[in-house]
Design a protein around this ligand. Structure first.
Ligand code: PMP
Length: 316
């Protein structure tokens, strides 16, 4: 498999990174997780929200004081060319910007590298609602770091929480923020439904997910005849209020829109019509089986038909 490294498509195994790379020691690499999909109607592959991911990647790099040698357009094209040369019909893209060799916190004059790799993830064939438990770890304090940057070091917090939750028999952890309100899981944003209202933690102590942004956009722009306007609130949510919701779901590039079956043993409704509607909308957009009202969300990879492989089963 080829990856894009510092401007060129090269075999993944030929990439050499110094064991003294600054980002390896101090956790300052920034990265993104992007997905490309089989584009149902015209048989081409398509990257979802490519420009937004690359904008966020470059913003993260800037926050960490790294100057990318490549522009947004150059990186978008680099992602498209990496997917184009592969024979994968749908998978995961991992761009990383990191500092090269240099020991000591001073990072001036170190080389900035950019890598874009394709990752074959073990996607589950049947998409099952997940179980969460609250974590004893809290989400990073917004004054301890820049919470909007996707920095490798932040994920120590995520994987400690996820590891502990898995040991307790759950699929993932729900982390609270420093005020004790609900924040997010180790890798996804969270939403709740109670009666007609949909609510999600406001920005501040959470990572501003692009899938979260899609859900807010759907609620603001669609009026499904069954529900009328779907009101969405972004605000503080106590654990008590979360536990009293009818339904809960998580959102992220990898998990897409996924109902939560249980939180701390409390059962949620996994067939809530609002959750199912939002999940179907998201699947429809990424697969282009529902016309996308935001054309900039879809970047077509192939100029001609790509042979379609069997599709991931998308049912609960
Ligand atoms: N929160 C955290 C901590 C994450 O790592 C992710 C995944 N990037 C998300 C939320 C969801 O973000 P997105 O929808 O952009 O993938």
């Amino acid at each position: 498999m080829k990856c894009w490294f510092d401007g060129q498509l090269v075999p993944l195994e030929s990439v050499r990174v110094s064991p003294l790379a600054h980002s390896l020691h101090y956790g300052g690499a920034v990265f993104e997780g992007i997905r490309f999909y089989e584009f149902i109607h015209n048989g081409r592959r398509c990257v979802f929200r490519l420009e937004d991911h690359i904008h966020r990647l470059l913003a993260s790099a800037r926050i960490m004081g790294m100057e990318s040698p490549y522009s947004t357009d150059e990186l978008c094209e680099a992602v498209l060319s990496t997917v184009r040369q592969s024979d994968l019909y749908a998978d995961y893209i991992r761009p990383v910007i990191f500092r090269g060799e240099g020991i000591g916190l001073n990072s001036e004059n170190l080389r900035t590298h950019v890598m874009i790799a394709l990752v074959v993830l073990p996607w589950q064939q049947t998409i099952k609602p997940i179980e969460l438990v609250t974590s004893r770890f809290i989400r990073l304090h917004p004054q301890s770091t820049e919470i909007t940057a996707k920095v490798a070091g932040h994920y120590v917090n995520s994987y400690l929480a996820a590891m502990e939750a898995k040991k307790a028999g759950a699929d993932d952890a729900l982390l609270l923020d420093h005020k004790g309100n609900v924040a997010e899981t180790s890798i996804a944003n969270v939403f709740f439904v109670k009666g007609e209202s949909i609510f999600t933690p406001r920005l501040g102590s959470i990572f501003p997910g692009l899938t979260r942004d899609c859900i807010i956009d759907f609620c603001e722009n669609f009026r499904p005849p069954k529900f009328g306007k779907m009101q969405i609130e972004q605000r503080d949510i106590s654990l008590e209020e979360a536990m009293s919701a009818d339904a809960m779901f998580v959102t992220g590039t990898a998990c897409e829109v996924l109902p939560v079956a249980k939180l701390n043993g409390k059962q949620f409704d996994t067939q809530n019509p609002r959750v199912l509607f939002l999940q179907q909308m998201y699947w429809g957009m990424v697969l282009n089986s529902i016309p996308c009202h935001q054309p900039s969300w879809l970047s077509v990879v192939d100029s001609e038909d790509f042979p379609l492989a069997p599709k991931i089963e998308r049912s609960l």
